[in-house]
Design a protein around this ligand. Structure first.
Ligand SMILES: NC(=O)c1ccc[n+]([C@@H]2O[C@H](COP(=O)([O-])OP(=O)(O)OC[C@H]3O[C@@H](n4cnc5c(N)ncnc54)[C@H](O)[C@@H]3O)[C@@H](O)[C@H]2O)c1
Ligand SMILES: O=C(O)C[C@H](O)C(=O)O
Ligand SMILES: [Mg+2]
Length: 565
């Protein structure tokens, strides 16, 4: 592992410029020598603090904030001042602070982006009206930087809260550093502002984005294409991560670009991968195979379809069923009920065509979730519908009649949109349900009085590893088999495999080590299948993965006009 503490950095910034640069600022931790060399003596109070003392001070200030959203804003401003302190504070308190910087609080931060706005987030804003100067604007922000990872969003479907216009979220790139231990200088968050159809934002005089209806169709496509081409031209080896695009674009853009560049759609592929790992873990508990399950997926949008495809492909690959046989195990439900032939093309998106059920199996127009559960007797029920409370007591109890250990994964975020509160699902199934949720929830009580830990089945548990494995192996593509390798590695680390009463997935406190393993698995697979741009042995993959780890430690600075800025 790299030891930043021993690292010596040559830095070309002095005085105010180094104190206001979040990558280089150490605040009161600048040493005596550094204060002399960088012109800081008169700019800092005399006492030199350790990182421990700085963390203690920042923690006291953090806990004095009244609400989670204020804590989120405090941490955001800490990030703008001092990356090492920010990431170290989060690293030390990962479990407690993840829900503040990420889901669920991040949903509120994005929804209130314009009102909480103090200064632009570090990152790049590309607005439709400035499309002609896009390359210049892109280079203005990126020039001279080595960038491995670009996280972009057009904010049309932010978690389950819908269209948020220009609410740039650096939360997803923060996770690459926090959990993936990636150097934050090497990632870039990009807001693609193509307008918004959110009337509340359009009517809000304080809205900071482009107050215009969303651009769609060819104009939208050519804007996105221009951006992707810039990424390909200037950062051909980068990973381009798409986040929270609308359902009409997520899968479509992924298919359009995935053979040309290493692109990744987190909501489709990351969610598919983490859910596969959760189901593998749960079927480990029930000692059954993936191909022996009956799957009901409630909400057939980006996440639902990604999950269905990922599970289906794993069944083919691992259990050897044919594509058709595996597809038949799935029942997808969207807002018009079960996806079946009679709904017709208006109500069935092209992407779900594979999963359309035959009409002769079903009567009636719109078949509701309860009726599907009653007839199909699913063993696995997944929620990604944005419909809080949709898995009612009646539905959960009906499911429990048809299977001994119902696997119930209500994945919609943020917390208030969860399809069923896991405590309730546990109660209604007498502690039999195997549960994981998209947002963090407290443990439920088992009938024997023990806690049942609710695993967090959130794509953040795996996407940093999927991304870093792709970047590390210099792959031009993130293939389905690379993703499958990452999901299988994650599943192999599930606590429930050791103790069936334990959580279905590893805790977020362990997520850095878990993602390290995923990174290694993805890179190994890329090398084995020939997608990688390197040819390393397994030992070397592990060694290289360790070498690129970035830790939030200051190191020693030497003032050097030729140094880094
Ligand atoms: N846990 C995770 O890691 C994770 C990852 C991705 C998405 N999600 C969550 O899943 C949810 C969906 O995300 P998405 O990106 O797929 O959004 P999406 O908009 O692409 O999909 C939502 C789907 O739900 C359908 N839907 C709406 N009302 C419904 C109803 N009453 N009954 C059945 N279906 C209905 C919509 O028609 C749409 O197809 C969000 O809440 C999101 O936060 C969780
Ligand atoms: O952002 C998250 O917490 C997970 C996921 O990407 C989502 O859109 O809900
Ligand atoms: Mg998302």
């Amino acid at each position: 592992m790299s030891k930043a503490t021993d690292a010596v950095y040559h830095v070309a910034l002095r005085g105010e410029s180094i104190l206001t640069h979040p990558r280089w600022n150490k605040g009161t931790a600048f040493t005596e020598q550094e204060r002399k060399d960088f012109g800081l003596i008169g700019r800092l109070p005399s006492r030199i603090n350790t990182i421990d003392e700085q963390c203690a001070r920042a923690w006291d200030q953090l806990v004095s904030q009244d609400s989670d959203i204020q804590k989120n804003a405090f941490l955001q401003s800490l990030k703008e001042q001092n990356w090492v302190l920010y990431y170290e504070l989060l690293r030390r308190n990962l479990r407690e602070l993840m829900p503040i910087v990420y889901t669920p609080t991040e949903a509120d931060a994005i929804a209130n982006y314009s009102h909480l706005f103090r200064r632009p987030s570090e990152g790049l804003y590309l607005t439709f009206t400035d499309k002609d100067s896009m390359e210049q604007d892109f280079l203005e922000v990126t020039q001279g930087r080595e960038i491995d990872l670009i996280v972009c969003s057009d904010a049309e479907a932010i978690l389950g809260i819908g269209d948020q216009g220009v609410g740039i979220s650096s939360a997803k790139s923060v996770i690459y550093t926090l959990i993936g231990r990636m150097n934050p200088s090497k990632s870039l968050a990009v807001a693609l502002d193509v307008g918004t159809d959110n009337e509340k934002l359009l009517d809000d005089p304080l809205y900071v984005g482009w107050p215009h209806k969303r651009v769609r169709g060819e104009e939208y496509d050519s804007f996105i294409d221009k951006f992707v081409e810039l990424v390909r031209k200037h950062y051909p080896h980068s990973l381009l991560h798409f986040e929270d695009f609308g359902v009409g674009n997520a899968q479509r853009l992924l298919e359009l670009y995935r053979s040309k560049h290493a692109v990744f759609n987190d909501d489709v592929q990351g969610t598919g991968a983490v859910t596969l790992a959760a189901v593998m873990s749960a079927t480990g508990v029930t000692k059954s195979r993936l191909s022996e399950q009956r799957y009901v997926i409630f909400g057939a949008g980006s996440a639902g379809l990604g999950i269905a495809r990922q599970l289906r492909d794993a069944i083919v690959k691992i259990d050897g069923l044919s594509h058709e046989e595996a597809t038949k195990l799935f029942y997808l439900i969207d807002k018009h009920g079960l996806i079946k032939q009679s709904l017709g093309p208006d109500k069935i998106r092209a992407q779900v065509a594979d999963f359309v059920r035959k009409e002769d199996e079903w009567n009636g127009d719109e078949v509701k979730l309860y009726d599907v559960v009653k007839k199909v007797k699913p063993t696995v029920l997944v929620g990604c519908s944005t419909q809080g409370g949709a898995f009612t007591e009646e539905i959960v109890r009906e499911m429990a009649k048809g299977t001994e250990r119902p696997i119930i994964l209500p994945l919609s975020n943020p917390s208030r949109l969860v399809e069923v509160d896991p405590t309730k699902a546990n109660e209604w199934t007498d502690g039999k349900a195997l549960l994981a949720t998209g947002s963090p929830f407290p443990p439920a009580k088992m009938p024997n009085g023990k806690d049942y830990v609710i695993a967090e089945c959130n794509n953040a548990l795996i996407y940093p590893g999927l991304g870093l494995g792709t970047v590390l192996s210099r792959s031009r593509e993130m293939t389905d088999t690379m993703i499958l390798a990452g999901a299988r590695r994650l599943a192999s680390l599930a606590p429930a495999l050791k103790d069936p009463d334990d959580a279905l997935l590893p805790d977020f406190a362990d997520s850095p080590d878990v993602n390290f393993e995923v990174t290694v698995a993805v890179a190994e697979q890329a090398i084995e299948e020939g997608t990688a741009g390197v040819d390393w042995s397994k030992d070397e993959v592990r060694k290289r993965a360790q070498e690129v780890i970035w830790l939030p430690e200051y190191g020693t600075y030497v003032y050097d006009l030729q140094g880094e800025k």
